[in-house]
Design a protein around this ligand. Sequence first.
Ligand code: AMP
Length: 228
Amino acid sequence: MQGRAKTTPAVLILLGPPGAGKGTQARMLEERYGLIQLSTGDLLRAAVAAGTPAGKAAKAVMEAGQLVSDDIVLAVLKERMAAPDVKAGVILDGFPRTDGQADALDGLLAASGQQVTAAISLEVDDEAMVARVSGRNTCTGCGEGYHDEFKRPATAGVCDKCGGTEFKRRADDNAETARERLKAYHDQTAPLIAHYAKAGVLETIDAMGSIDEIASGLDQIVARVSAP
Ligand code: AMP
């Protein structure tokens, strides 16, 4: 069946190149709607840090800015989706990124009588992306994301959310790897926009604005797609 399923739990997909704001917006949606953010990038980084077989296989690929194989990504995602908290509904951040992943997701959801509620494409300009990605950092304590230019903590060096004072930068957030990641996005992920348009669940949003402007655009979309 095609078209939008106006049922709960919601399955929202955030599509967009690195630096489009998927992670920031997913965290904000999580807080506002009680949905669970599922970031395959975060799951893979945790696997790398834990030294699991999946993490060992993914590490070099991630550092090169390329896509990890569908098998590995699907394995970490399925494990996470088996946890009870995802029953509240999910925001998929950075997944799916290939046709194979999109088909696997459709199958996974169909098995539990669900379908994608909306795939929201965050539309941005390539050059701005490299600048956005290069200034990113994250609070080590709570994971809140910041940016040297666009989102600084109210007090320099202190996390607004948890008061933590340690921040980290991702190994792949540099200009050179960002260009590779953009290339992977255009080659392998952007075609999914057509996949979701065909399924009747595509939404687009101008993501060149401020974090709050994008958040308010997303609110309007979420209100519309989840209305009974
Ligand atoms: P992200 O945090 O979403 O920017 O992802 C960081 C890196 O993890 C990407 O550059 C890929 O190497 C890998 N990755 C994350 N999600 C996926 C995915 N769905 N498919 C393939 N690779 C992924």
